[in-house]
Design a protein around this ligand. Structure first.
Ligand code: SF4
Ligand code: ZN
Length: 266
């Protein structure tokens, strides 16, 4: 199993020209099995990435996640960086009308992108699995947000102040990752985030659980074919406050709006 996953990851990286020779690679680590497996496989394939962990300050959960990340980065001899949401005055909680996981997603994406751009990394790799991609697809199918499906590609090229992104686990299933973790005795966080209970993502994942990985791989290949019919946005507006890209019509990015919300509550 370990070799099978390693080969799938290697093929995905090569087929989609994800990593070039002189790339400075940043891996986003959460402490969960997916990103830990990704880092482990990359180092086994001979890459020398650095890692970044976002301390979300979720009681107990973030502390345990951080310990796992410290252990795996030490074991794999990987340089690791921490970004703390507290330094931005942000808390991971509901910011009306956004639910907590939407706030968390915006904050993580923004901070990782900004860290990567400001520190000269040429690509950010994340541990999105086939199930993450299929859940994202189903969500957009439900809401009709077809333009988001354009982002479902193993590699998204960089543009001004947006780093290149890669998803080496695009064709790897979570059940395969679980086996890889066991075989390699990797330290991973087993607790779920207290905010994950009952969210839509979890319900869709439950639905996909009983499908064979090969069935999901076929589904992913077809999701990719659909995604290729849509093009990814290349022209951005830039936030009036922080200067980073935004799709917002009022010119203030979602991250700055969240930050302003907590500032106004002080
Ligand atoms: Fe963030 Fe929600 Fe995931 Fe918890 S479950 S880490 S709050 S996105
Ligand atoms: Zn901003």
């Amino acid at each position: 199993m370990a070799n099978k996953i390693k080969n799938i990851v290697k093929n995905t990286i090569e087929k989609y020209k994800m990593i070039e020779n002189n790339d400075r690679i940043l891996v986003a680590l959460s402490g969960g099995k997916d990103s830990i497996t990704l880092l482990h496989i990359l180092t086994k394939l001979g890459y020398e990435p650095e890692a970044v962990f976002i301390n979300l300050r979720i009681p107990e959960f973030s502390e345990k996640s951080k310990q796992i990340v410290e252990t795996i980065t030490e074991e794999t001899n990987t340089k690791f960086h921490i970004i703390d949401v507290e330094d931005y005055g942000i808390k991971i909680e509901k910011v009306p009308p956004r639910p907590v996981c939407s706030v968390c997603g915006i904050v993580k994406r923004y901070l990782i992108n900004r860290f990567s751009v400001e520190n000269g990394f040429s690509i950010v790799l994340t541990g999105h699995t086939m199930e993450d991609e299929l859940v994202f697809f189903l969500n957009n199918l439900v809401s009709g947000n077809f333009e988001y499906i354009a982002k479902q590609k193993p590699v998204l090229e960089r543009s001004e102040k947006v780093s290149k992104k890669g998803r080496p686990l695009f064709f790897v299933s979570e059940s395969e990752i679980e086996k890889y973790v066991k075989e390699n005795n990797l330290p991973v966080l087993t607790e779920k985030c207290p905010n994950s209970k009952g969210n839509k993502q979890e319900r869709f994942k439950e639905m996909l659980k009983n499908l064979h990985p090969e069935t999901k791989r076929n589904m992913m290949k077809n999701v990719l074919k659909i995604s290729e019919k849509f093009s990814v946005r290349k022209e951005w507006n830039y936030c009036k406050l922080c200067g980073y890209p935004t799709e917002s019509k009022d010119g203030i990015c979602s991250f700055c709006k969240i930050k302003n919300y907590f500032e106004s509550k002080k």
